[in-house]
Design a protein around this ligand. Structure first.
Ligand SMILES: C[S@@+](CC[C@H](N)C(=O)[O-])C[C@H]1O[C@@H](n2cnc3c(N)ncnc32)[C@H](O)[C@@H]1O
Length: 331
């Protein structure tokens, strides 16, 4: 959300908030400025752990869903269409009929087509165009019920939901990594950025596995993982993989690291995942990682591990196996 866009829209009467009652803000990111809103009335709704923690640290109330009466809703539009629709439906259901649902989004996130689509179902207000985006409001009602998030059952009999990584099919990079994993993976594995569980399910088919920790920041993806993996050796951890403290040292880390922080590409995030792997692995432990070939992970891997093998995998993806992590005083 752009604070200036919201301030101007409120001042110009393009959108209005009720004088009292909580305001649920759906999908804010930590970089979003909520200053235009009365802080004590804001309930930020985010499923993404790092945003959740950062917004809470700014003194806002934060939750993963609405479980109390709210008088208005603001949707920070995500880019994926199904996710955007699901969030709009959730917002319209969270407030009383007729209460305002304000939609704020960048042009690059498809705000214009969302405004047009909504206009075919509900009386949308005139948008204010500002700062490469638009903001407008519509009165809540039951018209968006069919946009609600539905579970999808995809290839491999996995359950996913809108907004999770690779919601329509397993990621081709993860498919390559799963096929390359060794037949024996004795001991304790950590899946950093586990998503809805594709890699962990593959790990659990290998011999000798005692425990797998699925560490994932997206609470909805982790909920899907809980449905996809019912093996008692699996542990589900909603958290920030870059800060994860393992239960002792791990024997294996598997990882298809994220390369976006919110809407922005950020290869540094993947490098933080590599550093986390080096920190939590046993001295003889192994990291098995897949990434898009264009991403710069080989050099950081070589700075963090004594042995780094580049499997070459395909023209699009690189598989890296790394072992003998260098502890900070050695690296
Ligand atoms: C490229 S996806 C891989 C997902 C899954 N491992 C797979 O192979 O399908 C990266 C995952 O990391 C998650 N993620 C992003 N930032 C994270 C963080 N700081 N801590 C934990 N997970 C994070 C994303 O939500 C996403 O599910």
């Amino acid at each position: 959300m752009r604070s200036t866009r919201m301030t101007l829209a409120l001042q110009g009467g393009h959108v209005a908030l009720p004088a009292t009652g909580m305001i649920a803000v759906f999908g804010p990111e930590s970089a979003d400025d909520l200053m235009a809103l009365p802080k004590d009335r804001v309930l930020a709704i985010t499923r993404f752990f790092p945003d959740h923690a950062a917004i809470a640290a700014q003194g806002y109330r934060v939750a993963t869903g609405v479980s109390e009466p709210v008088g208005a809703a603001i949707v920070c539009l995500p880019r994926a269409k199904a996710h955007a629709r699901a969030l709009l439906a959730e917002a319209a259901e969270a407030v009383p009929a007729g209460a305002p649902v304000i939609v704020d989004g960048a042009r690059t996130d498809g705000i214009e087509s969302v405004w047009r689509d909504l206009g075919m179902r509900v009386p949308v207000g005139q948008p204010l165009a500002k700062a490469h985006g638009r903001i407008f409001a519509f009165p809540a009602g039951p018209e968006l019920a069919d946009w609600r998030a539905e579970d999808a059952r995809i290839e491999g009999d996995f359950i996913t939901r809108p907004g999770v990584f690779s919601a329509d099919a397993p990621d081709p990079g993860s498919v390559l990594l799963a096929a390359a994993l060794p037949p024996r993976m004795p001991g304790y594995t950590v899946d950093l950025g586990a998503g809805w569980g594709y890699l962990s399910r593959a790990v659990l088919t290998r011999a000798g596995v005692k425990r797998v920790d699925l560490v994932e920041a997206d609470a909805v993806a982790l909920d899907c993982a809980r449905l996809n993996i019912t093996d008692p050796r699996a542990h589900f951890i909603w958290g920030d993989a870059t800060q994860f403290r393992a239960d002792g040292y791990a024997d294996f880390v598997v990882c298809n690291p994220p390369f976006h922080r919110g809407r922005a590409a950020d290869p540094g995030l993947g490098q933080s995942f590599l550093a986390a792997a080096a920190r939590i692995l046993h001295p003889q432990g192994q990291l098995w990682l897949v990434a898009n070939r264009t991403l710069p992970y080989l050099a950081p891997a070589r700075a963090l591990f004594r042995v780094v093998e580049d499997f070459g995998a395909s023209t699009a993806y690189r598989l890296i196996r790394a072992s003998h992590p260098l502890r900070p005083r050695e690296a």
